[in-house]
Design a protein around this ligand. Structure first.
Ligand code: BES
Ligand code: ZN
Ligand code: ZN
Length: 497
């Protein structure tokens, strides 16, 4: 979709469709919708008085203007009760309007942006663009039939009334586009099947991003990882014919900036390995690289937004498959940290590859480590697809994540990492086992990871629930969601030491 900014007033602007928002039963109309109402001889206020359009959240109506003013059509979108309004609803409204306009086959629309309720034109513009672009997202790459029936909006015009407004709208648009593009890339990688999105392909994408944004990249092959002592990553990788890749992508390397390490689980397909999963819903396990996709996308956007950090993205990428070369229950692995792990289940592979990545990240002496992983089914049982499980060892970092979560609507929910839980991971033959009992599955995953971060402030985000969803949300269609990208970007934008 092409998005441009023009100087103009809603009631004077010629376009296929004009989009207008209203709160529910407002005392009076304000801003662009009021100006349009006056030009339209009170049409909108009459609708509202009669109860034909109330402005309830996501209530949506299309009207023809019959040439009373230059726009051919008007879509009214409800924002719900003023007292309950926030930018999350705004993003949802932008998405619902976009989906309605697209599904109606309309190719162009205009939207006037004017500040209200303490929200600036810049914020409103950024959030509108994010809600809209993420809401109209479709994954059509592999559809070959009836492609002509795929509907897309061609053009959006954001309207400002003067140069100053246009500048703020433009700044918000730019940021919104960069963020949406990153989330879209993450979604495409998650939705892409494992026969297309292999570890090699992830590494190629990372290489391309490094090239386009002058970042540093290093891709370790499995034999190099083995020589370095990454016994856990290597154990998982060796069961597959697809070569595993340990991807290290660095933005702003060697500039003396604070380092933050972002680590993403990159299992491009998780069959469970020798501890094989039931076949029902196993297709979903193509999304087991959602953490790596989020890290890759975050680095891309961080560089476009010119964030002043040294970011290290670590993406251990491999399939988890059974074969004659696969690792087995009972095996004892030596991790990069030197600690040993008794494998009880080969399906708890995420924590193994992450343990080596966590240890690897320590060499950068980062100010903080954040890992994202579709780590446990138990987290899905606990929180469903509505929240990320949040774990960590540093109160200030945890709080910053929670603040970013409120701003982005990417919900997190705190889980404990009390010492007592470590009991479950005690092993007779090694330093620890890779699984506990069925109890507290998501926490045990977090506890396992905590053994590899030493004293560095660290947060673990279990995104197993929200990484891909069955039922759409206001601006998140079914399938891969790109969860975590907006959360991480917000964390970095608001970073406090
Ligand atoms: N990738 C899965 C976790 C998962 C499950 C993500 C469902 C998304 C939806 C992970 O590797 C896994 O299999 N975890 C096991 C751990 C268990 C063996 C301790 C699980 O959750 O069953
Ligand atoms: Zn698994
Ligand atoms: Zn997994």
């Amino acid at each position: 979709m092409e998005i441009k900014i023009e100087k103009g007033r809603a009631e004077r602007y010629p376009c296929e469709l004009l989009l207008l928002f209203s709160f529910e039963s407002p005392e009076r109309l304000e801003g662009p919708i009021q100006n349009v109402d006056l030009e339209w001889k009170g049409f909108i206020s009459t609708l509202m008085k009669q109860g034909d359009f109330k402005g309830e959240l996501f209530e949506c109506r299309l009207y023809y203007t019959h040439g009373v003013f230059p726009a051919k059509r008007v879509v009214l979108m409800g924002l719900g009760k003023r007292g309950e309004f926030d930018l999350e609803k705004w993003r949802g409204a932008a998405s619902k309007a976009g989906q309605f306009i697209r599904n109606s086959g309309i190719k162009q629309f205009a939207f006037p942006i004017k500040k209200f309720d303490g929200l600036s034109e810049e914020e409103l513009s950024e959030s509108f663009v994010i809600g809209l672009l993420l809401g109209v997202y479709q994954f059509n790459e592999f559809k070959t039939l009836e492609r002509e029936k795929i509907k897309e909006i061609g053009e959006l015009i954001l309207l400002g009334e003067n140069n100053e407004e246009m500048k703020w709208i433009g700044d918000g648009l730019k940021t919104g586009q960069i963020i949406s593009e990153a989330v879209t890339m993450a979604r495409d990688l998650v939705n892409g099947p494992s026969n297309q999105v292999t570890p090699t392909v992830l590494a190629e994408r990372a290489r391309q991003i490094a090239k386009d944004h002058s970042m540093e990249i290093q891709v370790l092959e499995v034999d190099q990882a083995e020589a370095m002592g990454m016994g856990a990553f290597v154990a998982v990788a060796k069961g597959s014919q697809e070569p595993g890749k340990f991807i290290v992508l660095e933005y702003n390397k060697g500039k003396g900036l604070d380092t933050i390490a972002l680590i993403g689980k990159g299992i491009t397909f998780d069959s469970g390995g020798i501890s094989i999963k039931p076949s029902e819903n196993m297709d979903r396990m193509k999304d087991d690289m959602s953490g790596a996709a989020a890290v890759l996308a975050t680095l891309q956007a961080a560089s476009k937004l010119q964030f002043p950090f040294h970011l290290v993205g670590l993406m251990p990428a491999t399939e988890n498959l059974p074969s004659g070369k696969a690792y087995k229950p009972g095996d004892i692995l030596k991790t990069l940290s030197g600690q040993t792990v008794e494998v009880i289940s080969t399906d708890a592979e995420g924590r193994l590859i992450l343990s080596d990545a966590l240890t690897y990240s320590l060499r950068y002496q980062p100010k903080a480590i954040v890992d994202l992983a579709t780590l446990t089914g138990a987290c899905v049982i606990a929180l469903g697809d509505n929240a990320i499980g949040l774990f960590g060892n540093d109160e200030s970092l945890l709080k910053q994540i929670e603040e970013a979560s409120v701003k982005t609507g990417e919900r997190v929910w705190r889980m404990p990492l009390w010492d007592e839980y470590f009991e479950y991971l005690k092993s007779d033959v090694a330093d620890f086992r890779n699984v506990g009992t069925r109890a507290a599955g998501a926490i045990i995953g977090g506890i396992f990871l905590s053994k590899f971060v030493e004293k560095i402030p660290w947060v673990h985000l279990d995104i197993a629930g929200p990484a891909s969803i069955e039922k759409e949300k206001p601006y998140i269609p079914r399938g891969g969601t790109g969860v975590g990208v907006r959360l991480l970007l917000q964390l970095l934008r608001d970073w406090k030491n």
